[in-house]
Ligand binder design. Structure first.
Ligand code: SF4
Length: 437
């Protein structure tokens, strides 16, 4: 059982899907920063295509997405995205190969299967690819047999399903009703059509959720045997996400209960044969994500934990984020302005930052901590937060051996809090983040 130390978890901290985090993004000084970074690319490049539409909007959702109920808006967006694919492919040097293609959102299956096929075809035609790993995020609501066939036929190997909970009363309380039969139908279709790695996104800390409810969801999940599971703590930040105001805050579990739920998830999934991946993911031993965690090659990027080793990820679509060794750039978030810029043959990177040497060194330490592996603190040339680390070391939540900071299994729920000690930007904007557990 993980030891609970609430005083070490009382600070709101980022999820560190990048370092520096998106809170540090600023308007870019010129339009050249994204084209320059693309022109300087080398080696394997990963692509992320953002589909910011969903059939129905869940009340808890923190994604940049909107309702897919206006055919004209959706088709105008897809036209712009196709054009962006062509523009970026034209600027990427011939020496680069695309090895991963991820569709996320929103819900990529909010568009028609034929529109997805056209989009993927454009990507495969425009870029130089090499047997790319293709992954797609899916909403089980509205998932059809046609989608299963299309994903299988287009060689998709990795799919992530938004499940969250199987408890129908809690589903009502978070605005996402999807009966068990719907999930079973989706999983059955994906398996029949050859998708070999299925992820379930689950959540704890939901309104009205108790330990029994979490246990039941975990048991059903284990029966269905997805290769990967992400068990997220629900982040209630209605001051940042107005759609969360529909969620009854008085029914949310307190921090002690959230911690106990995270610990229960860890113990239950480990006992069922899943390996822990980072601080909140799990994978069956044969899955490449589990292998990456075991071998120390796990990475963390805007999609969460990944076994993708590419140093360059190009985000396509409104609000999509591109990451390069020396800079991080986010596309225009507003869909209208995004389309407008592309109609003028301009890429839309508008926000971001340059990563200094110190940022990159600290980023490596933070990534190691979140990926639950030893990290070499001598990578950081500036001052180390040794005094702030002491309470974690004294309570056995990590140990120091020479220059190495070495995690234990009990480090996992404290990983974000420990990582934040190495983040010099954090003193400035703590209110933007969520509970550490
Ligand atoms: S389906 Fe996913 S992206 Fe869409 S609103 Fe629900 S949680 Fe958000």
């Amino acid at each position: 059982m993980w030891p609970y130390h609430p005083d070490l978890l009382d600070r709101a901290v980022p999820r560190y899907t990048s370092f520096p985090t998106a809170a540090e993004f600023r308007p870019l000084p010129g339009d050249d920063m994204l084209p320059d970074a693309i022109a300087a690319c080398d080696g394997d490049v990963s692509l992320y295509l953002h589909i910011p539409f969903c059939e129905q909007i869940c009340w808890y959702c923190g994604c940049n997405t909107g309702a897919a109920n206006k055919a004209q808006r959706l088709s105008a967006y897809l036209d712009a995205l196709m054009h962006e694919v062509t523009l970026v492919a034209g600027q990427l040097p011939d020496r680069c190969r695309v090895a991963r293609i991820a569709f996320g959102g929103g819900s990529p299956n909010a568009i028609a299967p034929i529109a997805y096929v056209r989009l993927l075809d454009r990507v495969l035609t425009a870029f130089s690819t090499h047997a790319p790993v293709i992954s797609v995020e899916l909403d089980p609501r509205g998932f059809t047999e046609e989608w299963a066939q299309v994903l299988g036929a287009t060689g998709v190997t990795n799919v992530s399903l938004g499940v969250q909970t199987f408890d129908s009363a809690i589903q009502e309380r978070i605005g996402r009703v999807q009966p068990l039969a719907m999930i079973e139908h989706a999983v059955g279709g994906l398996r029949r059509h050859g998708v070999r790695s299925i992820n379930f996104d689950l959540m704890y800390g939901l309104p009205g959720q108790g330990m029994d409810g979490l246990d039941a969801t975990l048991a059903t999940t284990i029966d269905m045997a997805p290769e990967r599971i992400a068990l997220f703590g629900y982040a209630h930040v209605p001051h940042l996400l107005p759609r969360q105001r529909r969620i009854d805050a008085s029914a949310l579990p307190d921090q002690a209960m959230r911690f106990a739920m995270a610990a229960r998830g860890y113990e239950t999934l480990r006992a069922a044969g899943y390996e822990a991946v980072g601080f909140d993911h799990f994978a069956l031993p044969h899955d490449p994500m589990a292998a990456a965690a075991r071998e120390g090659t796990l990475r963390r990027n805007f999609q969460g934990f990944t076994d993708d080793q590419a140093e360059r990820l190009i985000g396509l679509g409104a609000s999509a984020i591109s990451i390069f060794p020396d800079r991080i750039i986010q596309n225009e978030k507003n869909a209208g302005r995004y389309r407008m810029r592309l109609s003028q043959d301009q890429l839309t990177g508008t926000l971001g930052l340059m990563r200094s040497r110190d940022d990159r060194d600290r980023g490596m330490v933070i990534e190691d901590i979140l990926c639950a592996r030893p990290t070499d603190l001598s990578q950081i040339s500036g001052a180390l937060p040794m005094t702030a680390l002491e309470p974690f070391i004294e309570r056995g939540l990590a140990r120091i051996d020479g220059d190495l900071l070495i995690p234990t299994d009990a480090t996992r729920p404290y990983a974000r809090s420990i990582a934040a000690l190495f983040d010099p930007y954090r003193a400035q904007t703590p209110q933007r983040f969520s509970s550490a557990v």
